[in-house]
Design a protein around this ligand. Structure first.
Ligand SMILES: *Cc1c(COP(=O)(O)O)cnc(C)c1O
Length: 367
């Protein structure tokens, strides 16, 4: 079998859940966000590990992702974080998935589906306090909504939520502003009657940095997977491969497409079977390093679709079949999701989610 695989460390993910929960306010529950196949780590194994470690909710982007969790036998509450369309609302109702709503047409559609199936549907109302994406702005939150939510026999109003635009930024000011907007909405709602059981706002960065945003539920994604710089959180996966071919070349040998690298002296070139089709980005050409037998070596030449080339001194003690860490840590060498993200001018999220479906996932402990 192709040796290019991602070893998912379910123990690390469980440990990360415990570390995050230690930082939460008393009475705050944790939603493990497992959208996009658990940020590339496998939605079902991650969900089960996170629930076992103390998370009580799961978050997904799509109804279909929630159905996958239900089909695996997971009964925990699941919230669909984005907009849902007609067929997806039907799926959500059928499988008991909570829906995020922010327009009255969608709310009515949810009610129609719930009534048709005679199955109550749980909804969370989303307020846009400054993200500028989905969610109604605070001025749209009015009595029509409260009436629609309270007067329906088929709707269960379970949550009121917002989302931060820059809780990971050094400056707290905009997060503070968004929080104050959300607190206003909560206060207005309280005055008008009754609040839903869950109030939630915090993503990973806010959960770790701003206790005032915790309310009684936090929605944690990237921190579960160790994709955030933090002294205690551990990486969710190691991405690895093997040397498939090794050769000695003379000084001045061009390497790869476009001949962007020329060997400065006589050296060894190792070929590794991973490329941009696997999510090993072309931006890493002549920039990233890999780790072989506890040593760091540079990726030389362009990343191609299915292969990369690594430059090593003639004396480097390596052989065909040696393990190569593409993302991982060993000895004094580290190439983390954050390191790789920086080299590609992106964020750890995109790097992790970008690890292709062709890369075999192996869960440790086995799943
Ligand atoms: C993805 C998502 C999260 C999780 O964000 P992280 O930064 O990965 O913790 C939380 N809330 C919503 C609405 C999301 O879409």
């Amino acid at each position: 079998m192709r040796p290019t695989k991602a070893i998912v460390h379910l123990d690390n993910i469980a440990e990360n859940v415990r570390i995050i929960r230690q930082n939460l306010s008393v009475g705050t529950e944790m939603m493990a966000v497992v959208k996009a196949n658990g940020y590339g780590h496998g939605a079902v194994p991650v969900a089960q590990a996170a629930l076992k470690a103390g998370a009580s909710w799961l978050g997904v982007a799509l109804a279909e992702e929630g159905v996958q969790l239900r089909q695996a036998g997971i009964t925990a509450p699941v919230l669909i974080l984005g907009q849902s369309w007609d067929g997806q609302i039907a799926l959500a109702v059928e499988h008991g998935l909570d829906l995020t709503v922010f327009d009255l047409d969608t709310l009515r559609l949810v009610e129609t589906h719930a009534k048709a199936r005679e199955m109550p549907a749980s909804v969370h109302v989303k307020i846009d306090t400054g993200m500028g994406r989905v969610g109604m702005v605070p001025s749209q939150w009015n009595k029509d909504w409260l009436d629609a939510l309270h007067n329906s026999q088929w709707l269960r109003w379970r949550g009121l939520m917002t989302h931060f635009a820059e809780s990971d930024a050094p400056d707290a000011e905009f997060t503070r502003y968004q929080l104050s907007q959300f607190l206003d909405v909560i206060e207005r709602t309280r005055m008008a009657g009754e609040l839903p059981p869950y109030l939630h706002a915090a993503n990973s960065a806010a959960a770790l940095r701003y206790p005032g945003t915790h309310f009684n539920l936090v929605r944690v994604g990237i921190a579960l997977y160790g994709g955030i710089v933090h002294p205690q959180l551990k990486p969710g996966l190691t991405w690895q491969s093997q040397i498939v071919y090794l050769k000695k070349v003379a000084a001045g040998t061009p390497i790869g497409y476009g001949r962007t690298y020329r060997t400065p002296k006589s050296m060894q070139i190792a070929t590794i079977p991973v490329g941009y089709a696997d999510g090993y980005r072309r931006d890493w050409s002549n920039r990233a390093s890999v780790i072989i037998n506890r040593q760091c070596y540079p990726v030389v030449g362009r990343v191609s679709m299915d292969q990369i080339t690594v430059g090593l001194p003639l004396t480097a003690p390596v052989r065909v079949g040696d393990r190569v860490l593409l993302m991982g840590e060993q000895g004094a060498c580290a190439m983390t999701a954050m390191d790789l993200a920086e080299l590609a001018h992106t964020i750890s999220y995109e790097v992790l989610v970008g690890i292709g479906s062709r890369v075999l996932r192996q869960w440790d402990p086995p799943f």
